[in-house]
Design a protein around this ligand. Sequence first.
Ligand code: TYM
Length: 331
Amino acid sequence: MLGDQKVVFSGVQPSGNLTIGNYLGAIKNFAAFSEEYRCFYCVVDMHAITVRQVPAELRRRTYETLALYMACGLDPEKNTLFVQSHVPAHAELAWMLNCYTMFGELSRMTQFKDKSAKHADNINAGLFTYPTLMAADILLYQTDLVPVGIDQKQHLELARNIANRFNQAYSPTFVVPEPYIAQSGMKIMSLTEPTAKMSKSDPNPNAVVYILDEKDTILRKFRRAVTDSGSEVKYEEGKDGICNLISIYRCLTGKSIEEVEREFTGKGYGDFKNACGEVCADTLAPVREEFARLNADKAYLESVMKKGAEDASRAAARTLTKVKKKLGFVV
Ligand code: TYM
């Protein structure tokens, strides 16, 4: 809550090309909040450097992620769109919250365990304290609701624990945030290995549909999607590939599982995969066009970033000062 308005905060890492997992699990849901809530949507570049990045690519993707936010319907007049490293309060609060986060809690984070296994040569302290920076992002804005995919749920729980711990040690300081996890789309799986999450860092491009893929590429990837040896389009345990395609189709069309099953009764997997590809390509075509227009205008993107950083800094400063006073810092 900021003033008398409820707050929504979410973030996306500019660490790779964004996927339909990012779109269906998170970004697609963002715009609907802006009428009712004060919304902050952040490009979390500081989180991205927990894994080695090529500097020129990180810079390019930071602009691109901002352009994509807008291409997905986020109006910078109605939402605060900004880059994390432009608001130093995130790093400041993260340090303070590190002192209220337990080593054991961070050790239990499954994303830390996964990423440590994947990047065994670079298990840096930032990777370990990543969730505390995420808690700082959220708590700085007195956030009520955080729209994310299910893979972020554990991090959200940690943010809630940190907020409660701090509130109890001092006095109510932070709003304790709730996750908002959409029923369908919360976990879009890889097209080639449907038991694994679709991830922007997947080295196999056929596993992932990128938001900016061309129509032909999207159709081809869906056609090649791994499915089981059956032929009926039915949402059943053990049919991971088909279940994933049904989830994607549902999210894109707004239909229920039953409606999807009925629509494809008597039709084979081939027809269903084509239909998935078509609806996905049609949904993303206007996003891609708008993205191309926005991304070509760097000056405009910079003006949005600048205004976003000013608005976010103002809101963040209030919480940060409150925290410093409670801790006993001379302010
Ligand atoms: P990131 O950049 O990995 O992903 C951005 C958003 O996309 C969702 N997502 C998915 N949803 C469904 N299916 C998938 N396959 C899929 N892949 C990704 C993620 O759940 C996320 O909502 N730590 C965060 C970024 C972050 C953040 C925050 C989020 C930093 N600070 C504060 C919310 C609030 C992350 O790495 O997201």
